[in-house]
Ligand binder design. Structure first.
Ligand SMILES: *Cc1c(COP(=O)(O)O)cnc(C)c1O
Length: 341
């Protein structure tokens, strides 16, 4: 039986071209900054994002944490979305390891925090209160059905941050999905950000790795924080080689995942027991509500028929499209869901 694993785009496997590049990668000791493959990947990423420098790290969580630690001192406050991955899904790392106080602002269903609410959350200069040091955006917004933030909104938030001398970080785990959906370059989306992180191991299909891009000084700090967190790697060009192939070959095809997600969302909308507005699906994450019945049982019934999806809490189920799932597969997936739901 064919298994359609829609739990996440993290389930994607490296392509044949990646495996060949990995096998043949030139390597060195990256803690000494002597791994030519990592150096090349970092230079490619910095150029692509329009930043001075970049650093390769083990995961998106480490990228966000090492960036947050570069911007915040212990006791400082970070303003982040209530639905953000940093707040919801990173084990409280910025608080646990950085002593950073987290202030959440609600995300609307398009993933946006109201700029007025962001500004209102910034602390005055008052010894009773923490100092606001960081505002973080997420693009695409994972828990808001992969919603896209455009550069106009991002620049609006950046100007609020910078007028208060606060850094702006973008958790861009899936920022290439945003850029492809908007038909802009990633550098357009992050021009005003102080740091941006992105994942190679999601829709870009690499086995491991994320990068952080920013000014040379900030990236030096992030590199130091990577070491602090135990993330210094040695001949990791072996894994970074896949990242080079990803940036060269796996970005433009993300539009296929978005097309599959649109077809999936439309099909789900026609199933009476499910609730979804297909117009809301901008990238590769499809979240829908199930009107009645226990969700774990529905997920088990789907699994028996070969469709893996995940539970998002409440009445929500999430399906993510990715490399290896074709529009034809979506027809089959919809038949299975219709039979079970
Ligand atoms: C996956 C993800 C991360 C973290 O990536 P890991 O590599 O799993 O640590 C961060 N932010 C967002 C929005 C993500 O989807």
């Amino acid at each position: 039986m064919r298994i359609f694993d829609l739990r996440s785009d993290t389930v994607t496997h490296p392509t044949e071209e990646m495996r060949i590049a990995m096998a043949n990668a030139e390597v060195g000791d990256d803690v000494f900054e002597e791994d030519p493959t990592i150096n090349k990947l970092e230079a490619m990423a910095a150029e692509r994002f329009g930043k001075e420098a970049a650093v390769y790290v083990a995961s998106g969580t480490m990228a966000n944490l090492a960036s947050g630690l570069a911007h915040c001192q212990r006791g400082d406050e970070a303003i982040i979305g209530a639905e953000s991955h940093i707040f919801q899904n990173e084990a409280g790392s910025l608080s646990a390891l950085g002593g950073v106080h987290i202030r959440t602002v609600p995300n609307d269903n398009l993933g946006m925090m109201d700029p007025d609410e962001i500004e209102a959350a910034i602390r005055p200069d008052n010894i009773h209160q923490p100092r606001t040091a960081l505002i973080s955006l997420e693009n695409t917004q994972n828990r808001c059905s992969g919603a896209v933030l455009d550069s106009v909104y991002t620049e609006q938030v950046a100007s609020i941050a910078h007028s208060h001398d606060i850094a702006l970080h973008i958790d861009g785990a899936r920022i290439f999905n945003a850029a492809v959906a908007l038909s802009v370059s990633v550098s357009d989306l992050v021009r005003t950000a102080d740091t941006v992180s992105f994942c190679l191991s999601k829709g870009l299909s690499c086995p491991v790795g994320s990068l952080v891009c920013g000014t040379r000084d900030t990236i030096n700090l992030v590199r130091r924080n990577r070491k602090l967190l135990g993330g210094g790697m040695r001949q990791a060009g072996i894994i970074a080689a896949a990242g080079i192939v990803a940036l060269e070959t796996m970005v433009d095809r993300l539009s296929e995942d978005h097309e599959s997600a649109r077809i999936l969302a439309k099909g789900l909308a026609s199933i009476p027991s499910l609730v979804i507005n297909p117009e809301m699906i901008q990238t590769n994450i499809v979240i829908f509500d199930v009107k009645t019945g226990p969700i774990p049982e529905l997920l088990s019934a789907l699994k028996i028929k070969g469709v893996l999806a995940s539970y998002t809490g409440g009445r929500g189920v999430r399906m993510v499209t990715h490399y290896g799932i074709t529009p034809e597969d979506i027809e089959e997936i919809l038949n299975i869901v219709e039979a079970v739901a």
